[in-house]
Design a protein. Sequence first.
Length: 311
Amino acid sequence: MARGTQLKAIALLPAFALVGLTVACGAGGSGAGNVNTSSSAASGTASGDAVAVAKDDALAGMVPADIKADGKIVVGQDQSYPPNEFVDGGKPAGFDVDLGTAIGQVLGVQMDFQNAAFDGIIPGIGAKKYELAMSSFSINAERLQSVDMISYYSAGTSLAVLKGNPDGLKADDLCGKKVAVQKGTTQVEDLDKKNAACTGAGKPAIEVTQLQAQTDVNLALTAKRVQGELADSPVIDYAVKQTNGQLESVGTPYDTAPYGIVLPKNSGDFGKAVQGAVQKLIDSGAYKKILDKWGLNAAGAVTKSEINPAS
């Protein structure tokens, strides 16, 4: 995410966030295609119907000894950001969960997805609370000062409004409008810059509402407490689909940047193993199946996963 963590109990998703999952997932009962999304971690995942991704012994051999010993990677994740990560039937689900689970299969370990508040996840990596984080984090210079990040998808920021855009919002002109956003995301920084431009030009400020969970942001808009919301483009696209015509996106995504899997600074062979697993999934076609399952725009797909900063 253009988005970051104290552990928290996840609230039930608003109904619109869960309606029509089979539509978003494509054909077939769970829509899992040929990608196995099951996990035996305590937190679990939504199960899929397909063939498991094969373990790669060379990459598995690069996994740190302490992780091999307990057979799992503890993953920090804010599960309030559908379709990337959310809770379905009491278990983690979404694009990042499916891709993370497949990475674990390549490396021969289970992924233990731990739900957390977004803005505490990276500090949790530094404190060794999590061994990896996968929660729609955009790669940027500030984050790279404290962690390594492995690219796996590119997303921009999109604006969602009520159907028909009754208040005439535009992404480049939100002055005087009521806009909701999730705390800790890059969209907060974006609104700070937009607000400075508004007031600098003598226009009314944007009335910004920051909420802890993205699902609460979506609900604020459908309940008409705000006039628009900013979030990552896959998240806005998914919200539009799930609200049965209540919302629409305006304009095209902007400020596109790659998502990164977060690892401790100077992750060495561990980083190389995770990057290699992502690349193997891309090359095998499993990555595309996961994208298709969750309806993520193919334009955001990467053909080469990279470790940032480069080693």
